[in-house]
Design a protein around this ligand. Sequence first.
Ligand SMILES: Cc1ncc(COP(=O)(O)O)c(C=O)c1O
Length: 380
Amino acid sequence: MKHIKDTISFIQDSFKSTEFIPLHAPTFGGNEKNYLIETIDSTFVSSVGAYVDQFEAMMTAITNTKKSVAVVNGTAGIQVALRLVGVSTGDEVITQALTFVATANAIAYNGASPVFLDVDLDTMGLSPKAVSKFLEEFGELREEGCFNKKTGNKISACLPMHTFGFPVHLDELKAVCDAWNIPIVEDAAESLGSEYKNQPTGSVGEMGVFSFNGNKIVTCGGGGAIVTNNEILGNKGKYLTTTAKVPHSYEFFHDEIGFNFRMPNLNAALACAQLEQLNGFLENKRALAADYITFFNNSGIQFRTETPNTKANYWLMCVELENQKERDLFLAETNNAKVMTRPIWQLMYRLPMYQHCQRDEQLNAQFLEERIVNIPSSVK
Ligand SMILES: Cc1ncc(COP(=O)(O)O)c(C=O)c1O
């Protein structure tokens, strides 16, 4: 096995630094400052403005969808997307336990409960086989939709997450969900620029949601986008996230309880400047991934790569260590050397608020939980 010290030296050489090397730092080398100054000069810094419209147009183009809604962050976007596909209080939503907490929280904000099913080892995302197995055992298809025979609750959505930008097996998942009449919302927070069989992630399910948080491949400080090919749901999304105001030039009339989840124009300006550079960022990250692939080849440490028929954005790159002991050693030595590395998330059902949720055995998720470590992945 390659010595961890070799890995540290490789990463330091790669990033030309012996100072602290973060997991993912943003890069502002385009029109960011120009657009921000222009926005301040225009005084349209808040929730309405030309950059919000431009951002939404750019997102529909990038994801090849019909409608995009700019929102305040990815979590809020998932919350609203779930509601739009029909999730309401007392329902259940199928998702993976191997994810960032926002995925589960967005379900809970709707008064629904997550059902945690296993991931595939190759994609690290929700396993179509696990979903199928669960539904064969617990699903009951009625006229009003799919119900959980164990709890009696409606299973009103499936929320797969494209872990670190590696697309889940979407065709297989869609086939299972279609058969059980369950709409898919893709948590594509981490996968802007990733593709599944030439289709952008986020565009395959009924709705998809992206995050533009500070650590993402493209950032606007904080922000999110809902995308969809269902224009009715997309328009409803815009309406709900902008306080459900009935359009009128001066009257204020709101006909349901909407949200103030608007992305400020100031953030949209930053997002537009960043999106202009997305292709360059993707190329740059793929070049780093290629270097890592060469370096880790036959090293005893497995660098995780995209699966066949997919293109990953390599947002956060990661390695798989042989076991938890090796992982802990790797984490300690790299972080001691100021090379930031981080274990994958703890599985959601270990968190106090999600301990009670229904789940399957999680053999793959537990395997990955013990072994996967993120390594520095910034655009250089
Ligand atoms: C998988 C996943 N889902 C949802 C989110 C939420 O996005 P945000 O931080 O923009 O609310 C994130 C990132 O932060 C994420 O990694």
